[in-house]
Design a protein around this ligand. Structure first.
Ligand code: 13P
Length: 264
């Protein structure tokens, strides 16, 4: 555990990814319980990514709370004949600030490849939203010693050639696939190694100033019990699945993470 708050210039982002959970009524009930619990939290930014169907209600309930609204996915065209898809302007209209792009569940279950993730990420930036780009290796890739190669491939495909200004705004979520929903959290050392690698790669391509601005989250079985120790030097927050569905647990994670850092 970090005895002393870890100094940094980046404000950590603790984001809830509800995945395909919560009806509108359940989302309301969550916020009724959650908002009072985090009223006094400082030093960390909070975001909630409900399913599309609850975005409007959650957006209204988050107004004036300082908590950001996020979407779990997006399509890259602004409008058109794309049955079932949601565009960046639609998300903006509802007050979204962040959009999760390239989550491993989308990559694996819905066959999203690096090229599609790239198009989505660019569209998100073009419409004034901030992408939370998910990257991470599978267990097989880790065992084969390919973690860094996979992270580099995913990150390069997503951001190479973009302006440093955009890239500086980016949030990258390092989510090892083997740690998602499994209860098996990466060790703080593994989370730090992944985050550090991602940041140094951004430094090489876009320079030190940009690399210092990018926030790198860790995701994968984050809970109140491990949130504090995971906020290592290069880890600026968390992307939380299962534990974000429970107001007490998510508030606990937010508080632990905020207590772990001091912003300079
Ligand atoms: P869990 O916190 O349930 O492991 O999910 C992590 C995740 O995929 C967040 O996007």
């Amino acid at each position: 555990m970090n005895a002393n708050p870890n100094p940094r210039t980046r404000r950590p982002l603790i984001a809830a990814n509800w995945k395909m959970h919560k009806t509108v009524a359940e989302a309301r009930a969550f916020l009724e319980a959650f908002l009072p619990l985090v009223r006094d939290v400082q030093g960390a930014e909070i975001a909630i990514a409900p399913p599309f169907t609850a975005l409007q209600t959650v957006g209204e309930l988050l107004r004036d709370t300082g908590i950001a609204l996020a979407a779990q996915d997006v399509f890259y065209e602004p409008q058109g004949a794309y049955t079932g898809e949601i565009s960046p302007p639609m998300l903006r209209e509802l007050g979204c600030r962040y959009v999760i792009v390239g989550h491993s569940e989308r990559r694996q279950l819905f066959r999203e490849d690096d090229a599609l993730v790239r198009r989505k990420l660019e569209a998100v930036f073009e419409h004034g939203l901030v992408p939370i780009l998910c990257v991470g290796e599978t267990l097989e890739e880790r065992r084969a010693g390919r973690t860094e190669a996979v992270l580099e491939r995913q990150l390069r495909a997503a951001v190479e050639g973009l302006s440093a200004e955009w890239v500086g705004e980016l949030v990258v979520a390092y989510e090892p696939v083997w740690a998602i929903g499994t209860g098996e959290t990466a060790s703080p050392q593994d989370a730090e190694a992944g985050a550090k690698f991602l940041r140094s790669w951004i430094r090489e391509l876009f320079g030190a100033g940009t690399a210092e601005r990018v926030r790198v989250q860790y995701g994968g079985s984050v809970k109140p019990e491990n949130a504090r120790e995971l906020m290592t030097e290069n880890v600026d927050g968390a992307l939380v699945g299962g534990a974000s569905l429970d107001p007490q647990k998510f508030a606990g994670i937010v508080k632990e993470a905020a207590a772990a850092v001091s912003i300079s």
